[in-house]
Design a protein around this ligand. Sequence first.
Ligand code: AMP
Ligand code: MG
Length: 414
Amino acid sequence: MADGCACDRHAHMYLTVSEALTRGLSVADPIGETETVPLIDAIGRVLAEDCTSKVDMPAFDNSAMDGYAVRTADLGKGPLFDLSVGGRIAAGDSGAYDAPAGSALRIFTGAPVPADFDAVLMQEDCEVSNDGIRFTRRPKPGQHIRRAGEDLKAGAPILRRGCEITAREVAALASAGYGEVTVYRKLKVTIFSTGSELRQPGEELGPGQIYNSNRFMLRALLDKPWIDLTDKGPVEDDPARLEQVLRDACDSADLIVTTGGVSVGDEDHMPRLFAKIGGKTDVMKVAMKPGKPIMFGRRGDALYVGLPGNPVSAFVTWQIIGSHMMARRAGLHHAPQIPEPAILAEPLDRRAGRQEYRPVMIEGTTPDGTPRLRLMAESYSGRVALLAQADGLAIISADTGDLPKGHALPFLRF
Ligand code: AMP
Ligand code: MG
């Protein structure tokens, strides 16, 4: 391998994390196909069109206050101003109003301001009597009126394709007049967990058996409105059975995610089976810790991501590489999480080698608010229960060795 490789025992065989991610993104081409759905059904989906406002925002001149609309030309010299109140106009009224000259209009927030009225007085600034209103400060023309199109003109851009339609986006689309919107079709994702030792939580464990945590972890990670998920459950380490399930998955899904069986042991069948069914592997080994055994590749339209079996490794490799590939395939903009600055609450004792993502807990902050990180133990097997207590992943670059307490260390907050 050329540039970009990191050093471990077999430096030539490993890609750096950033090189693996670049390759991963390059093979995770967006599905592209779209569908148009009612706005309410677009919540949580991925927007597939650039959207501009269909209306001026606001759509008409309206009052920003509860108070009185006036025509400043009607006002005398002051210092006291007296006007009769010639009518009342509330939010939802049409705004067509025939007010006699020299009179004010009672008006409420959001109500249309009739065309010849050019200022609104706050009700707090008016003395009200049977004859009308009295006030002392001359209103400025335009005061407390929100003009049509002052926030956004019809045709102005509001959202770019590739965003996830969350609360803020769907509110923007609603206010811009979108009754329906074009989104990418749901990404078809198939998952299964490999391993003859796996049992369903709640069952009795026999000798040599463990609970299948990856299946549930992946279900949680993939529980998204833009995913159409197929869960094939656990599959034992039987090559014929694994081949069958993998082939079926590659025939029907846009993305297949498995855990386990991607290492170099005799029971690690996935790389060989993927090649056997016609898959082309793009990345086999990444110089990252945890998670060295991770692979991905393509077979026809299907993208395959094989995560390590160790649950902490599976979680970290998914966060750092797999999730970004999936997001891009679904049509989402790729926006990598920006690491936050932090410092070590204890010394780090480590041998340089692979880029490491160490689960950390935040133990208070420095006086300026920088988080102080306590490191979770380096041994990862069985640490998945503790992962639930972690606050994020510290990023330890490949060439970093021992570090003293108080040293800066960036981290990715969960
Ligand atoms: P593998 O990558 O298949 O060699 O698995 C590595 C380690 O992770 C082994 O100790 C497995 O027993 C464990 N493991 C594999 N799959 C799972 C799973 N779905 N849930 C919990 N642990 C697993
Ligand atoms: Mg296994």
